[in-house]
Unconditional design. Structure first.
Length: 149
């Protein structure tokens, strides 16, 4: 009877150990490649652009500010004049201004677009930015209209 109890305990320990080892899927060659730095994915923050901006952290180059910025932190938020009624996300545009220089960041348009001042408006790249009261109105490509709150 005592022998059976020891055998059962040994079998249970062996069974648990085998389940624990089965959970490890990294082979010794994969482990040595990872340790040597030969991984397929880029390290976090390793996606710097030509200006040194880290895109995965939300940074983009601003020509107007000559710096890497997050548009939602450095700019004025403009929301679509017509909100989607189908439950889709509301995507904002952002205006970054320094003196008379203006740059806009619009959804579905890669990077910022510097606009040129024409009297009291800024225009360029099929966009028009106009002051409206104490805010802004932006007409973007495709007739999309954005307004500040």
């Amino acid at each position: 009877m005592k022998t059976f109890r020891i055998s059962a305990a040994v079998c249970a320990a062996a069974l648990l150990a085998s389940f624990g080892l089965a959970g490890c899927s990294t082979t010794s060659s994969e482990a040595s490649e990872t340790a040597a730095g030969n991984t397929a994915s880029a390290p976090l923050g390793g996606d710097r652009d030509a200006h040194g901006c880290i895109g995965s952290a939300g940074y983009v180059w601003s020509e107007v500010l000559s710096a890497c910025i997050r548009p939602w932190e450095a700019g004025v938020k403009l929301l679509p004049a017509i909100k989607p009624t189908d439950g889709s996300a509301v995507l904002a545009a952002y205006v970054v201004k320094k003196d008379d220089d203006v740059e806009v960041f619009v959804p579905d348009v890669e990077g910022g677009r510097k606009l040129h001042k024409v009297v009291e408006e800024w225009a360029g790249d099929r966009m028009l930015l106009e002051p409206r009261g104490s805010g802004w109105m932006l007409t973007a490509p495709g007739g999309r209209i954005y307004r500040s709150e």
